[in-house]
Write a protein that binds this ligand. Structure first.
Ligand code: EPZ
Length: 418
């Protein structure tokens, strides 16, 4: 258990290099098992979810060597096809090991994944696509048994641009006979970085970043090196923290295009945003205004992961902000906690209405999930007094040394580890 203590009132100044992307790293770690190759990965963030993925790879017989700046995975010693429940339960993205295992050895024994409780989070799109590629899949309770003598290419239509399903299909298609085409694919930057990694080990993938992706199976095996891009949601979180607390920070190593919708709303809310190459500078007087209707959507729309965090940043803004959450059916779990700090937010189904208040006061809150926990830290930075966030380890799943990062920018934050 991590008990976060945040003393509000400090403005943020300084610069920081944003960590590598959790949601780019996780599918690439699964992909490293698709072919018997040695992968040298850089800028992989030190996170609980990454540790969970490495435990799965190690369980499957892969060699793992984590140095100061490089993570080397050698999957030539791959032996397994079964992932124990306790490893599957640690995070949502364990589900994309299904595609990797089917590609590598034609079978997979796993169970429904864990992860943030943002709603039902079914995996029907994953399963129906893999069945179309020739996998025989039986579900028994939470257990899933997959087998495929030989996967074959397929023309797959996704009714929703699911990130995980797109990634799972890409991994399975690496070893399929013939071409697989995904229509209605997710366009997230993390799908593009997965393509970049797979191209490095010899997989022919076209169209990543668009709604139509084609994958040509391969048996080529090449050692590869890849540097994980920066985390666009962590960058968004730091930008929102500065917007809420006031000050001026410089984020480096980022691609502003990957979180341009978040920067747009911060600019509308009164922040000055300057972007030059891989640098974004955010300045804020610490008193924001309502930026207009925020509607979450698949990329390139406003990212659902930034919704709780921008909501927190706007708690003291002038005016009323309407928020519509279109991706997850239960992504307002932070609202009841933010209300306890004095936030004025009403929720009805997918709609939230936030009325800015003059002041927020500290309190003791419970982090409901990864991004909800980060939202509470952002709220605490602008609250009077001390905010205590009781966190069952959610924040550490996605934010590397987040307390150190905030303190280096001038925040008064510390963690009691219990
Ligand atoms: C990925 O989750 C991210 N996680 C999430 O980030 C992110 O919120 C989400 O994409 C949306 O952008 C990782 O990349 C590890 P989806 P994923 O499949 O793949 C429904 C974070 O905080 N759906 O695009 O699970 C689903 O219920 C996390 O870093 C089906 O109905 O998201 C949801 O409503 C949280 N059937 C919607 O699609 C399926 O088979 C989006 O899910 C799959 C999904």
């Amino acid at each position: 258990m991590d008990i976060w203590h945040v003393r509000g009132g400090n403005r943020l100044f300084g610069s920081c290099r944003v960590q590598g992307s959790k949601n780019a790293s996780l599918p690439i770690l699964a992909a490293s098992a698709v072919l018997p190759v040695r992968s040298v990965l850089r800028n992989v963030p030190r996170l609980k979810d990454v540790d969970a993925a490495l435990k799965i790879l190690s369980h499957l017989g892969c060699g793992i060597d984590r140095g100061e700046n490089e993570l080397v995975i050698d999957s030539s010693s791959f032996t397994g096809a079964e992932i124990p429940r306790e490893l599957m339960a640690e995070m949502r993205s364990s589900v994309i090991f299904m595609g990797a295992l089917l590609a590598r050895c034609g079978e997979a024994k796993l169970s429904l994944p864990g992860g943030c409780q943002l709603g039902k989070r079914p995996i029907d799109l994953h399963l129906s696509a893999l069945r179309q590629m020739g996998a025989e899949i039986t579900e028994e309770g939470r257990d899933i048994f997959c087998r495929a003598r030989k996967l074959h290419g397929a023309d797959i239509d996704l009714r929703f641009p699911s990130v995980g399903a797109t990634e799972n299909i890409m991994l399975a298609a690496c070893a399929a006979d013939g071409v697989t085409t995904i229509h209605g694919a997710a366009r997230e930057p993390e799908v593009v970085s997965l393509r970049d990694y797979l191209a490095g080990i010899g997989v022919d993938i076209r169209g990543a970043g668009s709604s139509t992706i084609t994958i040509n199976g391969t048996d080529r095996k090449e050692e590869t090196e890849y540097t994980i891009p920066s985390d666009r949601i962590v960058a968004s979180t730091l930008a929102c923290a500065c917007a809420a607390a006031g000050g001026r920070i410089i984020l480096s190593g980022v691609d502003a295009d990957h979180f341009s919708t978040v920067l747009h709303f911060l600019n509308e809310a009164g922040c000055d945003i300057i972007n030059f190459n891989d640098i974004v500078e955010i300045s804020s007087a610490g008193k924001l205004r309502a930026p207009g209707h925020i509607i979450t959507a698949p990329y390139p729309g406003f990212p659902t992961d930034a919704q709780p965090i921008l909501m927190a940043a706007l708690l003291r803004s002038q005016g009323t902000t309407h928020i519509t959450e279109t991706i997850f059916e239960n992504r307002y779990r932070q609202v009841s906690e933010l209300r306890r700090m004095g936030g004025d937010i009403s929720v009805s189904g997918t709609e939230a209405v936030l009325r800015g208040v003059e002041k927020l006061h500290g309190g003791t809150l419970t982090a409901p999930d990864l991004r909800g926990g980060a939202a509470m830290i952002v709220a605490g930075l602008q609250a009077e007094g001390e905010t205590v966030v009781v966190d069952a380890g959610h924040i550490a799943r996605g934010y590397e040394s987040f307390d150190d990062t905030l303190c280096a920018l001038g925040a008064d934050v510390w963690i009691e580890h219990k």
